[in-house]
Design a protein around this ligand. Sequence first.
Ligand code: HEM
Length: 427
Amino acid sequence: MQRPGAAPPASPEPFDPALPDGSLERLAADFRRFGDVFALHAVGVETPIYVVSHPDHVKHVLVNARARYVKGLGIERVRLLLGDGLMASEGEIWRRQRGLVQPTLHRRAIGAIEGLIRRRNLELNARWLEAAGRGETLNVTRAVSDLSLNIVLEVLFGRDLPSLADDGSRPFSLLTEEPARDLRFAARFRALREPVRACIRRRRAGAEAHNDILALLMAARERHSGEPMTEEALVDEVMTLIVAGHETTASALNWTWYLLASHPGVEAQLHAAIDAGDPAYPRQVLEEAMRLYPPGWLLTRRATTDDEIAGYRVAAGTHVFISPYLVHRHPAFWDAPEEFRPDRFAAGAVEARHRYCYLPFGAGPRRCVGEALAMLEMETHLRTVAAHLRLRRTDDAAPALDARINLRTRRDLHLLPQRRGDAGAPA
Ligand code: HEM
């Protein structure tokens, strides 16, 4: 339907483009009121912001008309942190880097690190079993954050990891210890480029063979020119993979444990599937947790040339938001969207849905490059722990949302571990 000259509906309430606390709730309220396409009157932003949530429009922006869009609001902050790494770069630089980085995180390449991921999870499981024995509550948020940080660092740096901090402290621990993502954090994070650079230089100068992602990144050669990455590009990509790979995976696991603790029926079905050696249901649980709480809750784009969405003119410069959180709860595409039902992801059910109504890893050419690693990490974690333990809620309050860069729980989630089958635990 053509609506020449018309602008999408919008609430008169001004919208703060710095995306402060409450932005997600604001988008959700406007979505309930206006539906598939609406605009936001952003303070201090000259061009409008359109929020699109219909899967056809998602496909249009991220796939079919992708050449008309670049990354949008908030990307300057990401660039400040991560330089020209894959997440923030555009055009030729992005294309070249994507070609070099993607094969290093391919399913086949990461298969080799499966053993490491299993070991780290067995260690965590042993600690949680001890806590269960003592009747001690776990800070699950903190534990899964430490786990995913350690895994991404070990996967990247292999045996060089201890040498990244010369005082024996854990390098990059500020990512789990410091919740703020402000300018002070950016400065401290950028200082970590130096030990990464030093590690790359030591490897370049030495002849030792390494079996980790950094080694693959250093060995990667551009298909046409045969050129390797520059030192600066390598540092940018390593920093990008650490940040992009750590908090996202940790948030997904954190929400998964909260949901399982709140849904004993799903938990029982998960236990039965794990005991029977069925890998499908644990995966469905993770997929459904990321539907309700997608860590990457907001994808931002900016039109570089004129476009049209749902008959509305999208002038060059217009900002376009796609929120997987909203798309994943779109009532025209999901039955009882607020309910936690992993069966939605059973074989057959997925094919029957619109392909673009589920996008926890994004879509199109800028889709997540770490999906295979993230899924391997999360499936290993869930299968290892849920084979032995269940986690119980200690209060009835649902966690408040903290939707900044990633969708996190506002407060750390504390759960009580119980050994499966222990007397007193529900069957
Ligand atoms: C559950 C875990 C994860 C989730 C939910 C997730 C989500 C996403 C999403 C939604 C995007 C697209 C952003 C956009 O289009 O604007 C993305 C991109 C990206 N992700 Fe992930 N991610 C996860 C894990 C990882 C891991 C483990 C790594 C690497 C170690 C990683 C590295 C990246 C990179 C480098 C990009 C940028 C790709 C590009 O623009 O070419 N992610 N991720």
